[in-house]
Design a protein around this ligand. Structure first.
Ligand SMILES: Nc1ncnc2c1ncn2[C@@H]1O[C@H](COP(=O)(O)OP(=O)(O)O)[C@@H](O)[C@H]1O
Ligand SMILES: [Mg+2]
Length: 280
């Protein structure tokens, strides 16, 4: 079992895009991922083509203790399955507070309901706020994936996340595996190179070697309710997200996946801007 939480306290950094395309990449590897949309904006729910008429059909009702997680799972096609979100989740902090029982409720629910199976990696898309929902996602996860949209505010957000993780570790009494991921990466820009250097210095081995390039297909695909592989399988974005999964697998961060299982072509970025595929 692997629970991957995609989080950054900054909005617009690629959390939803990364959750979407990582789930799709896992599905292509033969897994049956379970997405959990913990953002009240419900963008991921919408992109997955799931419409939720009332909050009772969403993860909100799990927090209200009226329904189990398993009852809320819906089919999400190429993405696997999804537990949808609803706007009412925005009230979570006011309604549910921040006690230990509530911040560990998702972790407890996933475990108690036996939803953490090897074939079902869980990917949690967070809102850009460190409230009760994001804390739930962090307490439930095996690995935190922190997108940074290659700008200074996003990098600051990631540094805040690092502080949060260090504080959480005092409670967890273990180091939480994490990977920082540079998204919307455009190496022609001087700022991108500066952010890359700073991220390398701050995060060291926790920084993914894979970067997600600024790519128009990645930006377009949500508008047609598709992941990048369904929308533009030959795009740079599709290659990048496949490489990201390969890197996470190689690092042993996805249970039940061996490095050999990743069948995607390798891209030699040293040959950029032209992409050159190298055979394994
Ligand atoms: N690699 C990329 N290339 C181009 N646009 C991107 C890329 N990643 C994300 N975007 C766009 O950036 C915006 C914010 O991404 P999103 O995933 O919604 O961020 P978040 O969930 O962190 O708020 C969206 O319009 C999305 O389509
Ligand atoms: Mg989002």
């Amino acid at each position: 079992m692997t629970v991957i939480t995609v989080f950054n306290q900054k909005g617009g950094v690629g959390k939803t895009t990364t959750s979407l395309n990582l789930a799709a990449a896992l599905k292509r590897q033969g897994k049956q991922p379970l997405l959990i949309d913990l953002d009240p904006q419900a963008h991921l729910t919408h992109i997955a083509g799931v419409s939720v008429d009332s909050c009772n059909e969403s993860v909100f009702s799990f927090y209200q203790k009226s329904r189990q997680l398993a009852e809320l799972i819906q089919d999400a096609g190429n993405l696997g399955q999804i537990i949808p979100s609803h706007l009412d989740l925005a009230k979570a902090d006011t309604l549910f507070g921040k006690g230990y029982n509530i911040v560990t409720r998702l972790a407890t629910g996933l475990r108690a309901e036996g939803l953490q199976q090897e074939q079902n990696p869980v990917v949690i898309d967070c809102c850009p706020m460190l409230g009760v929902l994001s804390l739930n996602a962090l307490f439930a996860c095996d690995v935190a994936l922190i997108p940074i949209s290659t700008d200074f505010l996003a990098l600051n957000g990631a540094l805040q996340v690092e502080k949060t993780l260090k504080a959480l570790e005092l409670v967890l009494k273990r180091r939480l595996p994490r990977r920082y991921l540079l998204t919307r990466f455009d190496k022609r820009r001087k700022m991108t190179r500066q952010i890359l250097a700073q991220a390398q210095e701050k995060f060291g081995d926790d920084l993914c070697t894979t970067t997600i390039a600024e790519n128009v297909s990645v930006a377009e695909s949500p508008a047609v309710n598709k992941d990048i592989f369904a929308h533009a399988p030959n795009s740079r974005g599709a290659q990048d997200y496949e490489l990201l999964l390969e890197e996470l697998i190689s690092a042993g961060l996805i249970a039940g996946c061996s490095a050999q299982a990743a069948e995607t072509p390798r891209v030699d970025y040293t040959q950029s801007p032209r992409l050159v595929y190298t055979a394994r």
